[in-house]
Design a protein around this ligand. Sequence first.
Ligand code: HEM
Ligand SMILES: *[C@@H]1O[C@H](CO)[C@@H](O)[C@H](O)[C@H]1NC(C)=O
Ligand SMILES: *[C@@H]1O[C@H](CO)[C@@H](O)[C@H](O)[C@H]1NC(C)=O
Ligand SMILES: *[C@@H]1O[C@H](CO)[C@@H](O)[C@H](O)[C@H]1NC(C)=O
Length: 349
Amino acid sequence: MQRTSLLLLAAAAFLSAAMVAVHAGPPPPVKLSPDFYSQTCPRAERIIAEVIQSKQMANPTTAAGVLRVFFHDCFVTGCDASVLIAPTHYAKSEKDADINHSLPGDAFDAVVRSKLALELECPGVVSCADVLALASRVLVTMTGGPRYPVPLGRKDSLSSSPTTPDVELPHSNFTIGRIIELFVAKGFTVQEMVALSGAHTLGFSHCQEFASRIYNYRDKGGNPAPFDPSMNPTYAKGLQAACQDYQKDPTIAAFNDIMTPGKFDNMYYVNLERGLGLLSTDEDLWSDVRTKPFVQRYAANNTDFFEDFAKAMEKLSMYGVKTGADGEIRRRCDTYNGGPTTSPLPTTQ
Ligand code: HEM
Ligand SMILES: *[C@@H]1O[C@H](CO)[C@@H](O)[C@H](O)[C@H]1NC(C)=O
Ligand SMILES: *[C@@H]1O[C@H](CO)[C@@H](O)[C@H](O)[C@H]1NC(C)=O
Ligand SMILES: *[C@@H]1O[C@H](CO)[C@@H](O)[C@H](O)[C@H]1NC(C)=O
């Protein structure tokens, strides 16, 4: 009995010594908070909102572009602006990944402009990762979607790999099982995956992303059909006509949400119920028993969709963020402060 308590006492002494040692070490990483810049750059959010809103008014494709770039940034090594690094002669970057093929220039331009305006007001203070997170929120809200909290204080990455995006991001030919695995591996639930997919209420997809559904279609048993039978026939024929020259002109694209393409709403889910999903990964959310209940819920109630999308976006915006010495505040969003030659990237890949 006595011995046991002695041991416990010894353990307690050891533990408190260990805690002292921890406290003596480097300070704990700074926590993200919505008012991170309230002292250092109080007008940061206002500045970003103004730049982004005028960009969106001039180029209405900006919203979808920024949202997709943000998703790609976060899913590949965390929300750290690694997606914004421009490839150079010396070092490739995420932009060189196969899956980049259509990350839209307007999205990068929107971030660059915001950053320029911020550097005039408070140089070296606001990270590019935070600019991208805030720009996404501005654009979701501006197109009619929910407003959600965006905690701030992300640092920008010190690297950007050209091969990681092709491993970390979902492809339009994945099965739902594989998409679920990808999201679950990053800590997202099936429901959060379905809610985040609602971002496809905006923007476009290029014909090559859904061509196998409308040309030379074969089902899983190898049997041919004029198009994927899960598609509404009129819709499928319309896409066949619209995309007929896509191999000559790979820029041809179709709206992800054919009914309300520029409006952030739950129409994406309503479309799935009617066979109007554009990518097979969209339409499969309706046919798979694991995801169908959430599609039904969001199609039936826009408020439910907005609430869940808002929570999932806030969570996405925190994924893998870097703080402290794990990153830097870039002066330019497309280059490391050390410049391209000193980046820790391999020169060939
Ligand atoms: C669930 C798995 C997902 C797959 C397989 C997927 C796949 C794709 C593909 C293939 C495109 C078309 C790219 C092109 O042809 O230019 C696209 C566009 C888009 N994606 Fe996703 N995506 C997924 C999830 C997400 C998420 C979670 C978000 C954001 C939260 C998102 C936002 C967007 C947006 C906004 C566009 C339109 C981009 C534009 O018009 O410029 N996607 N997605
Ligand atoms: C995507 O990669 C290709 C090939 O490396 C490159 O030519 C193109 O500029 C990249 N796109 C963007 C948006 O960086
Ligand atoms: C999906 O598409 C990619 C790129 O187009 C291709 O490399 C891959 O083999 C395809 N995967 C499946 C499962 O069809
Ligand atoms: C939609 O969902 C919200 C929030 O869950 C709920 O308050 C509202 O009553 C629902 N509306 C309908 C029409 O069911």
